[in-house]
Design a protein around this ligand. Sequence first.
Ligand code: SF4
Ligand code: SF4
Ligand code: ZN
Length: 157
Amino acid sequence: MDNQLELLGYCGLYCGACTRYNALLPGGMQVLEDAITKGYIRREGNCTGCRGKSESMYYHCYICEIKKCAISQETEHCGLCASFPCERIIEFQNQGYSIHHKEVIENLNELKDKDSKKWLEDQQKKWTCTCGKHFSWYEDSCSNCGNKLETYAKGNI
Ligand code: SF4
Ligand code: SF4
Ligand SMILES: [Zn+2]
C-alpha cells in the first residue's frame, strides 16, 4: 500500500480534514469535543485515516462496506470503479446527519481526472488557513488567527 495515500478515503472523503483524524493533532481533542457538543459528530473516537493501521482506525470506518467493496474491486478509490456512482455511494452522500458526506461524489469525479497525490495536495491547501494553521470539517473559525473558515459548520457554507 502507498502510505502517501493514507488520507484518501476510498469513498472520496479527505481524512486530513476529518475531525477524528484532527483529534490526534495538538489541540484537536477539544475540536472533537466541540463538534460533538454542537451535534455535528455523534460519538467519541479518533482515527489515523482510511488506510491507516486497523487498530488505530475509527471503528465505523474500519468496518466500512464501501472500503471493503473498493478493496475487493482492486480500485484505488470509488471514482475509478466501473459502477461509480453506485447506489451505496449515493446513499452514503445523502446521509443527512453527516454533513461532510455531501461532497463525496464531487470529490470522486475530481479524482477520476486527477492524480491522487495531486488531489491530496490540493485538499491539504483547501483545509489550511491563510495563516498556515490546518483546520477540520466543523471548525467555525481558525484557532490560530480567528479568521472565519469555509467548512461544514452551520452558517459557514
Ligand atoms: S474516521 Fe473515517 S473519514 Fe475520519 S479519518 Fe478515519 S477513516 Fe477517514
Ligand atoms: S461498487 Fe460502489 S462502493 Fe463498490 S467500489 Fe464501486 S463505486 Fe465503490
Ligand atoms: Zn488562521
